[in-house]
Design a protein around this ligand. Sequence first.
Ligand SMILES: [Zn+2]
Length: 154
Amino acid sequence: MSSSSCFSSIYQKKKKKKETPKKEMARSISYINGSQLLSLKRRPNIAIVDVRDDERTYDAHIAGSLHYPSSTFSNKISDLAQNVKGKDTLVFHCALSQVRGPSCARRFADYLSEMKEAVDIKNVLILERGFNGWEASGRPVCRCTENPCKNEIP
Ligand SMILES: [Zn+2]
């Protein structure tokens, strides 16, 4: 019979009216792949953040990337925010971008939404398959010892 549908339509009406707007929108984090990063890299407003730990010293890295090891990431987070002033897009990665990369990206996004001052960062992204995937697909890598790396992706 119709009693239950009547109830649900009342319920729906009520629910529709009471949409409480969220005060602080949680920043969403999305993934990009290597070729998307290559085309993004042509713009000056992007920073790549490598959160691998010791691997960076014996593996190569993506040219132009900053190094913020995941082990000390939380302590350096305000330093990172200073360092990327003026950038609008941050791309995080670790070796595989499965654990450290996403968790540091999340921490940074949370940090941004807690900050009261205005920030320029609009996009927090994670590089799919991390540095290993980048290197495995034959993309250019850099072996300098600078941090931040001063080289550019060719
Ligand atoms: Zn380099």
